[in-house]
Design a protein around this ligand. Structure first.
Ligand SMILES: [Cu+2]
Length: 157
């Protein structure tokens, strides 16, 4: 839990350090260089991991919404953000030739208003992002998957 907050703080800081450069531009040439913040997304702590893909996945009652329908193969970081009211999880499953899903990895216990990251290496194929929580409450079953918490995502070459 604590490490999440720290990571968010880091991401916020790196931009600020660079921005001092901009103010020096007033004196000079028409074009400036304009490239101060090209690498803003590197803050996640894997220097040298070029081609790192990030997919933001919003969890809600009752849907799973990735911000991309496909992503290139390789190292992928899912950032699961719980915008709902209940606790959710993000399970990444790969679809095999016979249509069955095999669980690869997951982050669970993502509380309301919080987020967790899941980094994994993905081969080309069809994957499913799902919340598989099943709750029993007052004799009724609440099955997050059946209620709609699943979405497919294609991993391309
Ligand atoms: Cu859920």
């Amino acid at each position: 839990m604590a490490s999440l907050a720290a990571a968010a703080g880091l991401a916020g800081c790196t931009g600020g350090a660079e921005s001092g450069n901009d103010s020096a531009n007033g004196s000079g040439g028409a074009n400036g260089s304009g490239n101060g913040s090209a690498n803003g997304s590197n803050a996640s702590g894997t220097p040298g991991a070029s081609g790192d893909r990030k997919v933001r996945v919003v969890l809600d009652e009752w849907q799973v919404k990735p911000d991309a329908k496909s992503v290139p193969s390789g190292q992928v970081t899912f950032n699961a953000v719980n915008k709902g009211h209940e606790v959710h999880e993000l399970v990444v499953r790969e679809r095999s030739d016979d249509g069955a899903y095999e669980e690869l990895d997951e982050v669970d216990d993502i509380g309301k208003g919080t987020s967790k990251k899941l980094q994994m290496k993905l081969e080309p194929g069809t994957y499913e992002l799902a919340c598989l929580i099943v709750e029993e409450e007052d004799g009724e079953t609440e099955d997050h998957y059946k209620l709609g918490m699943h979405e497919t995502i294609e991993v391309t070459n």
